[in-house]
Design a protein around this ligand. Sequence first.
Ligand SMILES: NC(=O)c1ccc[n+]([C@@H]2O[C@H](COP(=O)([O-])OP(=O)(O)OC[C@H]3O[C@@H](n4cnc5c(N)ncnc54)[C@H](O)[C@@H]3O)[C@@H](O)[C@H]2O)c1
Length: 438
Amino acid sequence: MRIAMIGTGYVGLVSGACFADFGHVVTCVDKDAAKIQALQGGQMPIFEPELDRLVDANVRSSRLDFTTDLSRPVAEADAVFIAVGTPSRRGDGHADLGYVYAAAEEVARHVNGFTVVITKSTVPVGTGDEIERRIKRINASSDVAVASNPEFLREGAAIQDFKHPDRIVIGTEDERARGVLSEVYRPLYLNRAPIMFTGRRTAELIKYAGNAFLATKITFINEMADLAERVGADVQEVARGIGLDNRIGAKFLNAGPGFGGSCFPKDIRALIKTAQDFEAPLRIMESVINVNENRKRAMARKVASLFGGNLRGKTIGVLGLTFKPNTDDMRESPAIPIVVALQDLGAAVRAYDPVGMDQAREVMDGVEFCVDAYHCAEEADALVIVTEWEQFRALDLNRLKSVMACPAIVDLRNIYEPDVVRQQGFIYESVGRPMKAA
Ligand SMILES: NC(=O)c1ccc[n+]([C@@H]2O[C@H](COP(=O)([O-])OP(=O)(O)OC[C@H]3O[C@@H](n4cnc5c(N)ncnc54)[C@H](O)[C@@H]3O)[C@@H](O)[C@H]2O)c1
């Protein structure tokens, strides 16, 4: 199959490289000339484990290339995937579909012969219908089927997720489109990845419903953590105790500082808007987004509570800035509002992240960026673990203590055993576990 991937971000680049690795011939297109130039020179624009090796191997085999000009790849393609961003629209939280429609309209001008145009971007229900209308308006004689194929990969494990998906969802009523997409995903089908064909609107809704459910699970355990703290219970054991029930499942039950990232917040806001437009409000999701928003500042207050409620004159070291480990993505990272709230409470903030420092510098003001975790701890009155990078799991506690002004750790990811840290002479607080001073 010949594939054109429009948009070469996290999803487009990973999907394009994996499709090439399946044996298809893929051209990844992006409007961002600097990004394309970097990729042509072998530089990855994002941090994603194993991605450089996969891209390099497929470029060498002539199955993968990069361009800013979609005319040739679209004209030659059997399948054109749209994987451009769908950020929150400024002001109202609806999904901004400007990039998607602009890409679809440009595609419409260049399609040649039967072509399946597939939205991989996360788009509200009905977007496929509108894409179809726009393509027909621009190129009435085109022979195009529009399908939905939402992407479920997780940053940080994106290649593994793409190649071993829990399921593939394809939304189309068109038999020929089914045939093309079956062929595109055939290698995964042979690996017995469940492939689900459904209506286009249903596929669009599946993506949002999935993210909404996961965000609800996180928010549920976070509220349970707050209650556990008050009543002297341990949320980790509560999570295990309920997670062993197969109807619930153990994943996504880690209490923490609240969800962030490039997908959950914006997708849930967009879903809430869609639901309101269709007069079927999603009250649970409205609560989820509110509870999650308020949680970030509450985490800063948790730090301040170690010092009587304010942080004036205190220095706080923040470990981990990206919204989760193994990515450099700072989009809606909980670290951003937490740092602002710490500053609002009077703190001077030092911070360190293993790969997200450049991205963090662009979105954080007044922060002293450090070269490693120990540098970050220097003269700090407390160290706050915000993102659970592997390298923070086994810090040399004695060394930390020797450089800190006050040996206090607020572990927002519960990566340490409270007793172990407290025995080393630290004040240690975490999330949803019995509070105790050293
Ligand atoms: N990041 C994830 O983990 C993830 C997972 C599943 C689904 N999604 C969804 O996939 C979509 C893309 O997300 P992302 O994180 O890859 O976004 P991104 O911002 O990393 O990448 C989007 C790319 O599209 C390019 N672009 C925009 N308009 C274009 C056009 N007309 N022609 C060519 N290129 C254009 C941009 O320059 C950018 O490089 C979103 O809808 C997102 O919700 C993301």
